[in-house]
Write a protein of this length. Sequence first.
Length: 141
Amino acid sequence: MKRGELARRQASRSSRTIELSKERLEAGLLLEKFPQVSQITILATYYYDRTGPVLMVQTVNIFPNSSACFHFQCPKKDCTHGFDLSPDIVELVGKGGKSARGSAACGGDNGAGSPVHASISYEITVQYNSLNRHKKTGQKA
Ligand SMILES: [Zn+2]
């Protein structure tokens, strides 16, 4: 039954999408979190496991009016864990850095007992808003 299968897949996908949009909503906007940043680019390379072949390469641009959610989905179907790059980005922007590299393994478990079933390596590039060099005005305590 191809139809039923498709419906089930769509249902699972949409519940995951709702979960993610809730997370994005709660994360707020990039300009709220990092008003000094004009753009963040993340080049992510996905691997099947810690050492496996490259699954895909993805470039994500995050703009001031984008969500400040840096949670990347795990490429494995039905895995809701994924990769949270927030700590790296907070640290990088916190020190005014322009780029950083790192890697992360998904902590999800498909029930197969394998602690690592997908990983990414990534390069984060941050561009800062030059206007922010001026003293902030209009901010009331
Ligand atoms: Zn996973």
